[in-house]
Write a protein that binds this ligand. Structure first.
Ligand SMILES: Nc1ncnc2c1ncn2[C@@H]1O[C@H](COP(=O)(O)OP(=O)(O)OP(=O)(O)O)[C@@H](O)[C@H]1O
Length: 224
């Protein structure tokens, strides 16, 4: 699913040049459940942004699902992102004044293929049922609990049936019990064959994963 070869990322500001990733090489197979852990500032989000085709590496090669995406421009990256990847973020990234249904349909709204759009719409209720929030379908997102919001965000991430789920601190805003429920949902997706990559500094979250990659100062220091 993923192959990184000597990925380097440098951020240049007026004052300094900061190397956030140093020649990171990594391979993740389809169907793995991986945690990327490390202390604050170690480069986890930088790595996830590159994996998610949201940011460009400074040097090195990135192969995603067999395609060399290293030199893809913004438009090509957006296309591969929509086809392959679902994102789950700490702050849910939902439109609060939209209903659950409207949030779920956001990735589908701009789909050109009408038949596909209809199919996705039909998937929506099934997904919400699976996530235990179908009764909230017409509710404004702002009125939901944190755990319910994260379920909607997971549903939205799944609506286009991505092979790869990238989650950045998915339980960061949730209490212990709700965190457990969200990790169980991600675990279920893994059991169904999705590739799931979770960035976290929380050992409890990492304990759900079958592989833990630790990153410090922009380098992989352990992979087990
Ligand atoms: N856009 C940017 N411009 C300049 N420096 C950046 C930028 N994004 C990240 N950095 C720097 O790169 C390094 C890695 O940041 P990154 O956000 O990847 O760390 P992280 O491990 O995800 O941290 P946290 O756990 O606190 O979210 C940090 O030193 C950070 O300050």
């Amino acid at each position: 699913m993923i192959q990184l070869e000597e990925i380097t990322k440098t951020f240049n500001t007026k004052a300094v040049s900061l190397q956030a990733l140093h020649k990171v090489s990594l391979s993740i197979k389809e169907g793995e459940f991986v945690a990327i852990t490390g202390t604050s500032g170690s480069g986890k989000t930088t790595l996830l942004n590159i994996l998610g085709c949201l940011d460009d590496q400074t040097s090195g090669k990135y192969f995603l699902a067999g395609e060399d995406v290293s030199n893809y421009n913004k438009a090509k990256k957006a296309t591969i992102r929509n086809e392959l990847i679902g994102f789950v973020l700490q702050d849910f990234a939902l439109v609060e004044h939209y209903t659950v249904k409207q949030n779920m349909m956001l990735p589908v709204m701009y789909m050109k293929d009408k038949k596909m759009r209809k199919e996705r719409q039909q998937n929506m209720e099934e997904l919400l049922t699976k996530l235990g929030i179908v009764h909230k379908i017409k509710e404004k997102t702002a009125l939901l609990s944190g755990g319910q919001k994260q379920r909607v965000a997971i549903g939205r991430a799944l609506i286009n049936e991505p092979k790869l789920i990238l989650a950045d601190e998915p339980t960061g805003a949730l209490d212990q019990k709700t965190s457990q429920e969200i990790m169980e949902i991600l675990n279920k997706l893994y059991q169904e064959g999705k590739t799931v990559i979770v960035v976290t500094h929380d050992p409890f979250v990492a304990s759900y994963c079958s592989r833990i990659i630790q990153i410090e100062d922009g380098k992989i220091v352990s992979d087990s």
